[in-house]
Design a protein around this ligand. Structure first.
Ligand code: URA
Length: 460
C-alpha cells in the first residue's frame, strides 16, 4: 500500500503521475488530505516528467483542476481512479455520464462551480487607508470549498486598477495591479470593519431591488443566509421586503417602470481600462442578449479628440472594436486626409451593443431607440470624464441628437462648433455609413469632403 498526501491540485497531479508510471492500481493507494494547513498552490513542485506515454484528455485535467478545490477528501482517490481507468483502455470514460465515478466527479465539479459563482457575486470589498494614505480594498468571504485559485483571476480582471485582498479561512489572495499572490487563510477577525463603501453598496442594492419580483425563497437560494453577515446590503432586506407590497402599488399607480441604466454598472474606478472591463458585464438594456459582445471605445486616455458614432455594426460586434468595418475604413481615409492620426483619437459609440434584425444569415443594422440610448449614455459620459477631450465630434444624427438635443439636424447644423455640457468644443458631421449609402456619386463625394473638412476643423 502506498500512502500519499496531497493538499492541492499540483501535489495530487505530481503524485498521480508517479503512481501511474509505476503502474500502482487505485486499490493500492491510500490518499490523505492535510488540506487545512497546506497552501492552495504549489509552484515549487518539480513537474514530474514521468508517465509521458500516457496522454490524458485535456477535459480530464480541467475537471481535475476544479474537483481538486472540493473540500471532500474522497476527491483524490476518485480522481486517481478515473485517471487510472482513462489510462487503461477507457479513453472515452468521461462521456459515460451514468458511470458512478464520472457522476460523482461531475457532482463535485458542479458544487465547486456554484461556489465560485457565489464568491463572484458576494465578495464585498472594504476600503482601508494605510498610514501612507495608500488605499487597499479588503474582503472577507467564507466559501464552501477551497476555490480561491479558481475565483481570484476573475477579480483581477474585474478590478485590475485596485489594490485588493480577499481573505478566506483557507487562503488569502492579494492583487497588486500586476500579479496575484496567494497566502495562508485568515480568521474573520482579521477582516477590517470600517467600511466607507458600505453605504454605497446599500444604496446600490436598494436601487436595483425590484419589489414586484420578490421571491423570498429564491432570494435565499441565490444569496444564502450564511453570507448575509458579510453583505452590507443584507441588513436592508427585511425592510425592503416589508415595503415591497406597498412599493408595487405605488409603481403601478405612478406607472414607474423598471428602467435601468448603465449607471448601475459603472465601476468604482473610472479609468478607461476599468470602465471597459465593467462595460462587458452591462445588461442595462436588452441589446446585450443578442449582441456578441460589448464594443467599448478605443484610444488613448490623453486623446484631445473624441469621435462618437451611433452603435457598433456587424464587423465591430464580431471583432469587439469600434469602426473597423466599411464605415470605419471610410472614416480612416477621411482622418488621414484631414491629417488626424487615428492612434491619437478616441473612437467610441453612443450605444455599445449591436442592434440588428436577422435576415437569413445576415444581420441588418437597426437604429437604437431612445430607451436604449438613455440606458447606455452613462458609459459615454464616464468615457468623456476620464478623457476630458478638447473637441468632441458627433458622427451622424443619432450621436448628435443624443448629445446636442433631439432637434439637432445634421443637414442644417453640421460643421458648426458649439459648446455643450459634454465638451467645450462639440461638432457634428456626417456619419461615414450615411456617406456610403448616399446614392448620387457627386453628393457622396461632397459629403466625404465635408466630413474631412469637419475632422480637420476638430484638429485646430
Ligand atoms: N457605425 C457606428 O456608428 N459605429 C461603429 O463602430 C461602426 C459603424
Amino acid at each position: 500500500m502506498d500512502f500519499v498526501a496531497a493538499a492541492n491540485f499540483d501535489q495530487w497531479r505530481h503524485a498521480a503521475r508517479i503512481l501511474l508510471a509505476a503502474e500502482v492500481p487505485p486499490c493500492d493507494v491510500q490518499w490523505s488530505d492535510p488540506a487545512a494547513q497546506a497552501p492552495l498552490f504549489d509552484s515549487e513542485l518539480p513537474d514530474a516528467k514521468v508517465a509521458s506515454s500516457v496522454t490524458v484528455p485535456p477535459a480530464f485535467m480541467e475537471l481535475a483542476r476544479q474537483v481538486a478545490c472540493h473540500r471532500d477528501p474522497v476527491r483524490w482517490p476518485l480522481l486517481y481512479q478515473a485517471l487510472w481507468r482513462l489510462a487503461h483502455g477507457e479513453r472515452y470514460l468521461l462521456e459515460l455520464t451514468t458511470d458512478l465515478d464520472v457522476h460523482a466527479l461531475g457532482q463535485m465539479r458542479k458544487a465547486v462551480t456554484r461556489d465560485v459563482h457565489k464568491m463572484k457575486a458576494f465578495v464585498r470589498f472594504r476600503k482601508v487607508v494605510g498610514p501612507d494614505q495608500s488605499e487597499q480594498y479588503i474582503a472577507w468571504h467564507r466559501p464552501d470549498h477551497r476555490i480561491v485559485p479558481l475565483a481570484a483571476p476573475f477579480f483581477a480582471r474585474r478590478f485590475p486598477a485596485m489594490n485588493w485582498s480577499i481573505l478566506t479561512p483557507d487562503a488569502s489572495v492579494t492583487w497588486d495591479l500586476i500579479r496575484l499572490d496567494y497566502g495562508p487563510g485568515v480568521p474573520v477577525s482579521a477582516a477590517p470593519d470600517a467600511d466607507v463603501l458600505e453605504d454605497l453598496w446599500r444604496a446600490y442594492y436598494a436601487s436595483i431591488f425590484n419589489p414586484a419580483r420578490v421571491n423570498t425563497a429564491q432570494m435565499k437560494r441565490e444569496m444564502p443566509v450564511r453570507h448575509w453577515p458579510t453583505l452590507p446590503e443584507a441588513s436592508l432586506i427585511p425592510e425592503l421586503l416589508q415595503q415591497a407590497a406597498a412599493r408595487v402599488t405605488t409603481m403601478i399607480d405612478t406607472h414607474e417602470g423598471f428602467a435601468q441604466t448603465a449607471a448601475a454598472f459603472l465601476p468604482m474606478q473610472r479609468d478607461l481600462t476599468a470602465l471597459a472591463q465593467a462595460a462587458h458585464h452591462c445588461t442595462a438594456c436588452d441589446l446585450h442578449c443578442h449582441a456578441t459582445q460589448t464594443v467599448f471605445g478605443e484610444g488613448p486616455s490623453t486623446a484631445r479628440i473624441v469621435l462618437v458614432g451611433e452603435q457598433p455594426g456587424d464587423q465591430e460586434d464580431l471583432q469587439g472594436r469600434p469602426f473597423v468595418g466599411t464605415a470605419g475604413q471610410l472614416l480612416d481615409a477621411a482622418l488621414l486626409q484631414a491629417g488626424v492620426d487615428r492612434q491619437q483619437v478616441y473612437v467610441t459609440n453612443v450605444v455599445k451593443h449591436f442592434k440588428y434584425e436577422p435576415r437569413g444569415k445576415r444581420r441588418l443594422h437597426s437604429k437604437p431607440d431612445s430607451r436604449e440610448i438613455g440606458a447606455c449614455l452613462p458609459w459615454l459620459e464616464a468615457e468623456l470624464q476620464a478623457i476630458g477631450p478638447a473637441t468632441l465630434v458627433c458622427l451622424g444624427a443619432t450621436a448628435a441628437q443624443a448629445l446636442l438635443g433631439r432637434d439637432f439636424r445634421i443637414m442644417r447644423q453640421r460643421g458648426q462648433v458649439v459648446a455643450s455640457r459634454w465638451c467645450p468644443q462639440t461638432i457634428a458631421t456626417w456619419h461615414p455609413a450615411a456617406i456610403l449609402r448616399t446614392p448620387d456619386e457627386q453628393d457622396r463625394a461632397r459629403r466625404q469632403a465635408e466630413l474631412t473638412a469637419d475632422l480637420a476643423l476638430a484638429l485646430t
